[in-house]
Structures are given as structure tokens and as C-alpha cells.
Design a protein around this ligand. Structure first.
Ligand SMILES: Cc1cc2nc3c(=O)[nH]c(=O)nc-3n(C[C@H](O)[C@H](O)[C@H](O)COP(=O)(O)OP(=O)(O)OC[C@H]3O[C@@H](n4cnc5c(N)ncnc54)[C@H](O)[C@@H]3O)c2cc1C
Length: 523
């Protein structure tokens, strides 16, 4: 069982080497620790603070993130703190609707709704509860990483208790810095060079707890008012978030005086109707670190990407980092000879994927952040006439452990989650394993020799029925190999091509699925 806090210096922290040290116990660190623990690795989480950060930050989570929670066995519990929601409305300065974007009703391609709203501390508490259920993961709060040194076998970490009264050391085979935007780990591996996508705008962020539900829109509204662009977010009936752009010449601290904050909120709520939970100024950035790894040390979450909040994707992107990295670290620990190429694929795959979300958030932000009245009028006309043309991205990974090619669009992208004939969901059937989905006609015609070969590779062929079969047909293929993170590794038209592909010499260090460490079944 996980232990938390109350470290006795030099006794607990100096314990033997662990497989992975995770620095930072925010949502990225908690998700990664959970996934690694599920895969049977020994994990030590080092967190500077004690307890969940109470400050509300993320309010939106996407369907792919829900799928990652599902893989941790947390999705059903998560539904108690998440509210599905979809529509977004853009209105002009007078409140007239310019555009409404509606999501598809029902479940999206991930088998979950496309959008959920929540209070970040609630989700973080759930993630920590999940970690606490796992043997092999130990959490040490109240300790900060100060220094690390890599050698051929692992990494030595120097730690200091947050109150400064004690120091200690730890050894780990691998280290992942999930330590946020001001990452210590990033500095220690000299990875502080970023691609800057150019958005650095300060916004006032106000969270209000309503005394009673109010007659306000039950969806997010983007107020395209050049006098003060702002966003009103319906989190749940008694919780609202307002984001208000800081205008040129305004001083953020001066604007955060309660009387001024209430004045800014007057179009939505009055002091008698709500309590202000907090008001803060954030300068949102749009940055992607150019390097995500040095040797045995990797970075994940806000430590490597920071996005403006217009798509609600910062936390979601960190969860995707964790899902991409966890199975690769498990492989690296089990198969040291494959470690270098496997782990190198983490940054090469994730960087362009994360960049696509940051770039789109910047684009969406440009729509609302217009403060010139003439440009705003032109924008309003454009929005009314043409709409806002963006598709929620499902980008391909960058080069890595998949065989992406021009005529196979699905390869390198996440596969949908399928509902099977017996009512189960495909991710639950796959568990944390590689999975091979076959059209029933391909499956029925596999020869005993082919079946024996698949068995030897520890690949259990799965019959793709209904939705899965339709998806295979849409890709013009009869077989698809999915990685443990549900991204498509390769597709083939038929059994012969599949067997040849699976048996072929492995290019670019592609790790053979059958050499992965045995892992427990789905939770
Ligand atoms: C106003 C606002 C709105 C947002 N809205 C959304 C949204 O709707 N959807 C969304 O997906 N995202 C949103 N985000 C982004 C989201 O909150 C972050 O992306 C997410 O919290 C990042 O998680 P993380 O675990 O990577 O980093 P963090 O949450 O920052 O956690 C890092 C942890 O590392 C610890 N740490 C740091 N240094 C050390 C050290 N040296 N040693 C030990 N521990 C250390 C810190 O104490 C901290 O606990 C929003 C952010 C803000 C500010």
C-alpha cells in the first residue's frame, strides 16, 4: 500500500533503488505513477508540497483523457466529479450570438463524451486515491528535488525536505520530471529551450461558488467584447469560472481587489448570490520544450508544454504524456537493450502531438483576444458568415514506435474505442497489452501455424465485430496492431501481410510486442 508523508529523513528516502522516480505529484505525476505501478514497476513519487493544491485550475477534460482514466480503473469513480458538457457559444459585445459550436450528442470516438467539466482538486484527489491502491508506489510529500546525477546504471537524486531541516538521496533507474511549468528537472538537464508559439497574455481567473443555481447559460460562453474579452464557464450548477482578459495599461494586482472583481462579474452574478473562491492573474504561455529527455531523465506535463487555456488541454496533454511513456518505461526496465530506442521515441512522438494542441489553442485564443473595435467588428462578421473552422485535433504522433506511412492515415493515431457485441468496451478487453484486432473473415482463415506464431508472440487475436469491423473497413484493412496506449502501430490488408509485418526485421528499433514484460490483466 502506498505511504504518504511523514518521512523519517535518511531512513525512508534512502531506501534501495527504484525503477522510476517521479518528481512532482500533480495530475501528470499521479497519472504516470499509477500507470507505472499498474505495470508492476517500483515507483517513488517526490512532491515538494503536502496535500493536493487547493487552487482551481483545469475545468475541462476530453474523451481521450477519460480513456486514460479508464485504463487506470478510475473512470467510473471519475464520473462522480465530472460533468459531461459540450456546447460553446461565441457572443459579441452586446451579447448577440455569433456562433454556437455543438458537439456530437452521445459518446464520441473514445467511448466517452468528448468534453467533461470538473474542479481540478477533485480530480487530483481521485488520482491520488488510485495511486494509494497500488503496491509498489511510494509517495513522499514534503521533499523537493535539488540535484541529479546520471551514470551508466541509473540516476542519483539529492533531496531536501521542504522545511530545510533534512537532506537525503535516492537512486532510480529512470527519472521523470512532472514538476510543472517551473520544472527543476528541466533546468537540471539543460532542456530549457522552448519553441514559442507567441501567445503570452495575462487573464484574470475568478472562481465563484454560487449560493443557488442562477439562470445563466449551461455551457461555455466566449464574450468577444473588444472592451474586455472574457469567458464564462459552467463547471456545475453551483460552480462557475470566469476568465477576463487584462487590458493594456491595467495592473493585475490592482484589478484583483474584491470590489473591482465583483464589478467585472456584474453581468453574471452579484455579491449576494455567490462567494468568490479565488481571483488570480495568470499569464498564459504557448511553449513547447525542444528536448523532452536526456539519457535516463524525461520530462512530462507542464514541464514540457504550456498552453493558453482556450481548448482546456494542459492537463489532458500531460495525461497523454503519461500514457505514452508508462509502457515504454516498463519495456525499458524489462529489456535494457531496447531502452534507448524505446525511450527516445517518447519525445519524438509526443512533441509534435502536443504542439498541435498548443497551436490550435493559440489560434482559438486569437479569435477572442481582439481588442481593436474595427478588427472585432470584422471578426464578428466573419464568425457569423463562415463559422469557426477547426476540428478538435486527433493528430498523428511524431516518428517513433509505429509504421506511419502516407496511405495508412490511422497508423500513429489513437484508435477509437469500440463497443463490442457483448456490451464490453474494447479498451477493457485489451487491458494494458498490445492488441491485435482482426476482421472476422481474417480471423476465421488464420492457419494453425499462424495462430501458433501469434500465440508465441503473446498476441491474442481479437475479433473485430460491429464498430471495430466498420473502423477496419474504413481503413481498408483487415488487421490492426494497437499499442498499450491504444495508438495504432500498424495495419495490414490480410493475414499474410500481417504475419510478414509482425515477423519482419524491426526497423527503427521498434520493440516487438511479444517481448514486453508480462503485466497483470485489466483492473
Ligand atoms: C487558470 C487555468 C485554467 C486551466 N484550465 C485547464 C483546462 O480546462 N483543462 C486542462 O486540461 N488544463 C487546464 N489547465 C492546465 C492544468 O492545470 C495544468 O496543465 C496541469 O495542472 C499540469 O499538471 P502537471 O502535473 O504537469 O503540473 P503541476 O500541476 O504544476 O504539478 C507539478 C507538481 O510538481 C511539484 N514540484 C515542482 N518542483 C518540484 C521539485 N523540485 N521537487 C518536488 N516536487 C516539485 C509541484 O509542487 C507540483 O505539485 C489550466 C491551468 C490554469 C492555470
Amino acid at each position: 500500500m502506498t505511504q504518504t508523508a511523514a518521512i523519517e529523513p535518511q531512513q525512508r528516502i534512502s531506501a534501495p533503488t527504484v525503477d522510476v522516480a517521479v518528481i512532482g505529484y500533480g495530475p501528470t505525476g499521479a497519472a504516470l505513477a499509477h500507470l507505472l505501478g499498474q505495470l508492476g514497476l517500483s515507483v517513488r513519487v517526490i512532491e515538494r508540497n503536502i496535500g493536493v493544491l487547493a487552487i482551481p485550475r483545469a475545468v475541462h477534460l476530453d474523451g481521450e483523457s477519460m480513456r486514460i482514466l479508464q485504463s487506470m480503473g478510475l473512470a467510473s469513480r471519475a464520473l462522480s466529479v465530472l460533468r459531461p458538457g459540450a456546447n460553446m457559444e461565441w457572443v459579441n459585445a452586446t451579447g448577440q450570438t455569433l456562433l454556437v459550436r455543438t458537439s456530437e450528442p452521445g459518446l464520441g470516438p473514445h467511448g466517452w463524451h468528448n468534453d467533461y467539466y470538473f474542479h481540478q482538486p477533485d480530480l487530483e484527489r481521485l488520482l491520488r486515491w488510485g495511486v494509494a491502491q497500488l503496491d509498489g508506489v511510494q509517495v513522499d510529500e514534503g521533499w523537493a528535488l535539488q540535484q541529479l546525477r546520471q551514470d551508466g546504471d541509473g540516476v542519483a537524486l539529492d533531496l531536501t525536505s521542504t522545511d530545510g531541516s533534512a537532506t537525503s538521496t535516492l537512486r532510480a533507474s529512470y527519472v521523470v520530471g512532472c514538476d510543472g511549468a517551473r520544472s527543476t528537472v528541466r533546468g537540471l538537464i539543460a532542456a530549457d529551450e522552448f519553441e514559442d508559439l507567441g501567445d503570452h497574455q495575462t487573464w484574470l481567473v475568478v472562481d465563484g461558488l454560487l449560493h443557488h443555481p442562477l439562470k445563466l447559460p449551461e455551457h461555455t460562453v466566449q464574450h468577444c467584447d473588444p472592451a474586455r474579452p472574457s469567458t464564462s464557464i459552467y463547471v456545475h450548477p453551483l460552480r462557475r469560472r470566469w476568465e477576463l482578459m487584462l487590458m493594456p495599461g491595467e495592473d493585475a494586482d490592482a484589478m484583483l481587489v474584491p470590489e473591482l472583481v465583483w464589478r467585472l462579474l456584474q453581468r453574471w452574478v452579484k455579491p449576494a448570490q455567490a462567494t468568490l473562491e479565488r481571483a488570480a492573474a495568470y499569464t498564459f504561455h504557448s511553449l513547447i520544450a525542444r528536448r523532452w529527455q536526456q539519457g535516463r531523465v524525461m520530462l512530462a506535463g507542464d514541464a514540457v508544454h504550456q498552453t493558453p487555456p482556450f481548448l482546456g488541454q494542459g492537463l489532458c496533454t500531460g495525461l497523454r504524456d503519461a500514457a505514452n511513456l508508462a509502457w515504454k518505461l516498463a519495456l525499458a526496465v524489462a529489456e535494457p537493450a531496447l531502452a534507448e530506442s524505446t525511450l527516445a521515441s517518447y519525445g519524438s512522438e509526443r512533441l509534435p502531438h502536443a504542439r498541435a494542441f498548443v497551436a490550435l489553442a493559440v489560434e482559438v485564443g486569437r479569435v477572442i483576444q481582439v481588442i481593436d473595435p474595427a478588427a472585432a467588428a470584422e471578426r464578428d462578421t466573419r464568425l457569423q458568415q463562415q463559422g469557426l473552422r477547426f476540428a478538435f485535433p486527433m493528430p498523428a504522433l511524431g516518428p517513433g514506435l509505429h509504421r506511419a506511412r502516407v496511405h495508412a492515415q490511422a497508423v500513429g493515431r489513437i484508435a477509437p474505442q469500440f463497443e463490442l457485441e457483448d456490451g464490453r468496451w474494447s479498451d477493457d478487453v485489451c487491458g494494458p497489452h498490445w492488441s491485435l484486432w482482426l476482421d472476422p473473415s481474417v480471423l476465421a482463415n488464420l492457419t494453425p501455424t499462424q495462430l501458433a506464431l501469434l500465440h508465441a508472440m503473446a498476441l491474442r487475436p481479437l475479433a473485430a465485430t460491429t464498430a471495430a469491423q466498420r473502423w477496419l473497413q474504413d481503413q481498408s484493412c483487415g488487421a490492426a496492431l494497437l499499442r498499450p496506449d491504444r495508438y495504432v502501430c500498424d495495419i495490414w490488408p490480410n493475414a499474410d501481410a500481417m504475419m510478414a509485418g509482425l515477423a519482419q526485421a524491426l526497423p527503427e528499433g521498434l520493440p516487438p510486442p511479444w517481448r514486453q514484460r508480462p503485466v497483470p490483466g485489466p483492473t
